[in-house]
Write a protein that binds this ligand. Structure first.
Ligand SMILES: [Zn+2]
Length: 338
């Protein structure tokens, strides 16, 4: 019944009035700083067309079929749409559907950019549970570049190299992020790798400025940090491994105090708490649940296990492995993170 009334009311002149009314309202509310065509750019637009072996952005070609470009994904002819209403873009000639055009063109463009510039601003490197970086974000320059070549069991999109030792892999993602299996392979071979999300950069640009410009895309790929992350960093793992080896295992002691069970770790090097009285007066300790559990220098809590059914399950804490007695590995400003 409700539906019938609804369709009846929203027909003919009533509907037209409602439409103009809401669109007027919407237009008035839109901020005037954004250019007129900004809201109409869609994720189906193709930012780059292929001419021969060159990827061209829409600014570099004449309007219409004269652009002489094909779709990087399916090879169909493209037209450059450079009208007044929408942001300039490529579209398939006689508009057939092509699902991968955007992803493929971004992927190809990103590879072309890194092949040409051979440098990248790498994000900061953080050690396990640390909030201060051990390596700051830095610009890394390389001498050679290889695309899509085997490196043991992985085939990275881009390999940046200087000499035999300095090597960085760059993965361009446009649809799904790299899984844990890939990270495990990188770890096994000790290959440092950065993941760059090209599609996220594209989306961000359209959201922020309402149009896509090839030069800004290149800038965001090389200089930007927002859509980059370390998949694996070899130096970070080496430092963590060294810290792990030098870490101390401090036994935890059960304490029943004022009706509550708790665990304390005597001799906390970070001096979390201090005995105020008794024969241990003046000595330092830590409260396992309140201090060690959230401590940035704690590697692991060792539990006593018991066999329950078929498997060993943790029962209660035995010790805390921490590196509180070691100095914090400082950020080595001049050193490269790869
Ligand atoms: Zn296509």
């Amino acid at each position: 019944m409700k539906q019938i009334v609804f369709t009846f009311v929203f027909q003919g002149p009533v509907r037209n009035f409602f439409r103009t009314f809401t669109s007027n309202l919407m237009n008035r509310r839109l901020p005037s700083t954004i250019p007129n065509h900004s809201t109409s750019i869609a994720l189906t637009h193709i930012p780059f067309g292929l001419r021969g072996h060159r990827l061209l952005s829409v600014e570099e070609v004449p309007r219409g079929l004269a652009c002489d470009c094909i779709c990087p994904a399916c090879g169909a002819r493209l037209v450059a749409k450079k009208g007044a209403r929408q942001a300039h873009h490529f579209a398939h000639y006689r508009g057939h559907a092509c699902a991968n055009a955007l992803e493929t063109s971004l992927h190809l463009k990103a590879k072309e950019v890194f092949e040409r510039v051979r440098r990248i601003v790498a994000p900061a490197v953080f050690l396990h549970r640390q909030t201060a970086p051990v390596f700051d974000a830095q610009l890394l320059r390389f001498e050679r570049v290889r695309l899509e070549q085997h490196l043991g069991s992985v085939v990275p999109d881009i390999i940046l190299e200087t000499g035999p030792k300095k090597r960085l892999l760059v993965e361009i993602v446009v649809s799904h992020r790299s899984g844990s299996a890939k990270v495990r392979k990188l770890k096994k071979q000790g290959l440092s790798a950065i993941e760059v999300d090209a599609l996220a950069i594209y989306r961000q640009m359209i959201k922020d400025c309402g149009e896509f410009r090839a030069i800004d895309f290149e800038q965001a790929l090389v200089q930007g940090l927002e859509h980059k992350r370390w998949l694996f960093n070899d130096k970070q793992q080496r430092i963590e491994y060294k810290l792990r080896k030098q870490a101390a295992e401090r036994p935890a002691k059960h304490r029943f105090f004022k009706g509550y069970h708790g665990y304390i770790v005597p001799g906390c090097p970070l001096e979390k708490r201090r005995w105020r009285s008794g024969f241990r007066q003046g000595e330092y300790y830590a409260n396992l649940w309140q201090d060690c559990l959230y401590c940035h220098r704690r590697f692991e809590i060792v539990y006593e296990t018991a066999l329950a059914g078929f498997e060993e399950v943790p029962q209660h804490p035995l010790a805390v492995v921490c590196w509180g007695h070691l100095p914090l590995p400082g950020a080595v400003g001049w050193a490269s993170s790869v």
